[in-house]
Design a protein around this ligand. Structure first.
Ligand SMILES: [Zn+2]
Length: 425
């Protein structure tokens, strides 16, 4: 279907949504602008987009080139989806915890029986490299099958210097298994390890020291991550501890993401914006007053509807208020040891009614805004001339169908850099 060099003409798309990049993430009234072309076409040469427009115009310039052609008549074409929040490197199973919660157990009860992230840390530390790589390979196939062409991957189930560095190295090695572009994030400050001495406060202080003085310098010196992710959550890391790690991150030149307010109002959103984080993620319990106080910002609010569903939170992130306050909103799966959601397409169908966002708004949240949240806007997130030729072809006449055809096999083709990388079922 595609040539060795990444050359391709795609023509006659029923709806080709460019989500044109105007130099900033979409926010406010622009959050839902898809810039859809009817009978659209796109020309990709040597992996890069060189023309986008209506089919007649694109073919007038590039129709005589002998390149592979995709006829997308009656179908929808979107930029390749950008998944900006995943924790794919772990071992062990936690389905029993979910079953217990659904059966009425509280989080505290599940934790008292040995459940939670710490259980995954113990299992991951004792897993071989081969086992972890095999799990990554399987997860990546599933993520690709959900229309994703760029994927953020976090460490965070190691929580010692050696184990965090091992996870980051394996995440880099795992590029061999997938055509997706991977963006590697160091998440040492995921939770506080239980095997340190002292009470909870002492352990949090000691572990913050370890990240600040040992882990972060090693990650940076070895060039193992593009981002540091820091949790701000009551009972885990305080805003002060997080800001210390954020400041150090900026000093060494590692951009910052923040896990914020997933379980309780913890001043996570305010801290992320004060720390000039590129994104803040979860935001389930961020109070409305804090969203209003912080107001407009470039920090992208990454919202995780499936996490809220599976954790059965009694509040949802207030997507409408973030949008109203001119905050760019992105949507992601939160694939991790306790949430095995790999389809970003299915996550979008969940996000729309869950957050009362329109189909266009959630699609922007998984393309252009997600690309901005990863600092990858120069290469992906929209169908613009000069960006990599990453796109998906969906078997539906209109992009809104993404949110209605729940669970339907809409994904016909995945193209990365002009190459057909469609997963075979
Ligand atoms: Zn997470």
């Amino acid at each position: 279907m595609t040539s060795a060099g990444g050359d391709l003409n795609l023509v006659h798309a029923g709806a080709l949504s460019c989500i044109a990049d105007r130099g900033t993430a979409r926010r406010g009234s622009t959050q839902g602008q898809l810039d859809t072309i009817i009978d659209g076409a796109i020309a990709i040469r040597q992996g890069l987009i060189i023309a986008v427009g209506d089919t007649d115009t694109v073919l007038a310039h590039y129709g005589n080139d002998s390149v592979p052609v995709v006829d997308a008549t009656g179908r929808t074409v979107l930029p390749g989806l950008v998944e900006c929040h995943s924790h794919p490197i772990f071992d062990g199973e936690r389905h029993d915890e979910y079953a217990e919660r659904l059966g009425g157990a509280s989080l505290a009860e599940v934790a008292a029986r040995g459940g939670g992230i710490w259980r995954s840390v113990v299992a991951t530390r004792s897993a071989t490299d081969e086992v972890l790589l095999a799990r990554l390979e399987r997860a990546f196939k599933r993520v690709l099958a959900g229309g994703v062409t760029t994927l953020e991957v976090k460490s965070g189930y190691g929580l010692t210097v050696d184990e965090e560095l091992r996870e980051l190295r394996l995440l880099h090695e795992s590029r061999l298994f997938t055509p997706m572009q991977l963006v590697v994030t160091f998440l040492g400050a995921h939770v506080v390890p239980r095997d340190l001495a002292g009470d909870a406060d002492e352990r949090a202080d000691e572990y913050t020291d370890l990240i600040d003085l040992k882990m972060l310098p090693a990650v940076f010196e070895q060039g193992l991550a593009e981002f540091q992710d820091v949790t701000v959550e009551d009972g885990l890391f305080t805003p002060e501890q997080a800001l210390r790690l954020i400041r150090r991150s900026h000093e060494v030149g590692l951009a910052v993401r923040v896990h914020a307010d997933a379980w309780k109002p913890s001043q996570g959103w305010r801290t992320a914006v004060a720390g000039r984080a590129i994104s803040a993620e979860h935001l389930t319990y961020t109070p409305d007053a804090e969203i209003r106080e912080v107001g407009a910002t470039d920090t992208v609010a990454v919202l995780l509807p499936v996490a809220e569903l599976i954790y059965m939170t009694d509040r949802r992130a207030n997507a409408r208020l973030f949008i109203e306050q001119d905050v760019p909103v992105a949507i992601a799966t939160d694939y991790c040891s306790s949430i095995h959601a790999t389809s970003l397409l299915a996550t979008l169908a969940t996000a729309a009614p869950w957050f009362r966002m329109t189909p266009s708004e959630v699609i922007v949240g998984a393309t252009l805004n997600a690309a901005y949240s990863l600092g990858r806007e120069a290469s992906c997130g929209s169908l613009d001339v000069g960006k990599r030729g990453d796109l998906i072809v969906l078997d539906c006449p209109h992009p809104d169908e993404v949110c209605l055809a729940v669970g339907a096999p809409l994904l016909d083709q995945v193209i990365i850099a002009g190459h057909d990388v469609t997963p075979r079922r």
